[in-house]
Design a protein around this ligand. Structure first.
Ligand code: URA
Ligand code: SF4
Length: 224
């Protein structure tokens, strides 16, 4: 990346590549690829599973019924979807909304990695088990949903998938409880940064990893 390339430009470049991508079989039946969208500076990123019917038509993430619930969840903590970044593990719709296959997730992983690197979010919320598996290998969502993992200077927070919340009231209830904990998680994250927790966690791994360099940016998490 050239020194004068902004994260927004990197995201645009990734989006352009995704729209042309033929790296896995999901390219064959897609209408539109769905790279992801939203604001970068809040430092909050939501990662879902993959586009569904509506997303495939519009080329935008979470614009169907699951997206409506996601918007309600965000509103419960005073956020609008355009204040956070929203993307998926796979960027093209699995036919009939079947689960994404391991080879498809692997083929698409580099786009997600590059998005995370460009945004450098302070909070990553995973929506559903395929997204969770990337950060919590082997975990069970019913056991760990809502419980943050503080690592890499971030909070990783696993949520149920909003589509599951549409199918079961108890899951929907859990989603609202879990999102209501986000402001406290953001506060805790700031405290951990201030206390140098991540420097100790990574001690020896990165000589430049001073507390100051690791402070969340001025804009990041200021929404809460
Ligand atoms: N479900 C997802 O996982 N992602 C979307 O973008 C829409 C529905
Ligand atoms: Fe490429 Fe990902 Fe779409 Fe597969 S799902 S074609 S890897 S963008």
């Amino acid at each position: 990346m050239a020194a004068d390339t902004t994260p927004e430009q990197v995201l645009e470049q990734i989006g352009a590549e995704v729209r042309e991508c033929t790296a896995c079989g999901l390219c064959a039946q897609r209408t539109k690829a769905v790279p992801g969208e939203g604001a970068l500076k809040s430092g909050i990123m939501f990662i879902g599973e993959g586009p569904g019917f509506h997303e495939d038509r519009q080329g935008r993430p979470f614009v169907g019924p699951a997206g409506k619930l996601l918007e309600e969840l965000l509103a419960a903590v005073g956020l609008h979807r355009n204040q956070v970044f929203i993307t998926n593990v796979v960027k093209c719709r699995p036919p009939g909304n079947r689960d994404p296959q391991p080879d498809e997730i692997a083929a698409c992983a580099d786009y997600l990695e590059r998005q995370i690197a460009a945004i450098d979010p302070r909070i990553i919320v995973t929506l559903g088990r395929f997204s969770m598996a990337r950060f919590f290998p082997g975990a069970k969502i019913s056991a760990i949903h809502g419980e943050p993992k503080y690592a890499d200077g971030r909070a990783y927070v696993p949520f149920y998938h909003p589509a599951a919340g549409l199918r079961a009231t108890s899951v929907k209830q859990s989603l609202f409880e879990d999102i209501q904990a986000l402001p406290a998680i953001a506060k805790r994250l700031k405290e951990l940064h201030a206390a140098g927790y991540f420097d100790r966690q990574e001690a020896g791994a990165d000589a430049d990893n001073t507390a100051a360099a690791n402070e969340p940016g001025e804009d990041q998490l200021s929404l809460f």
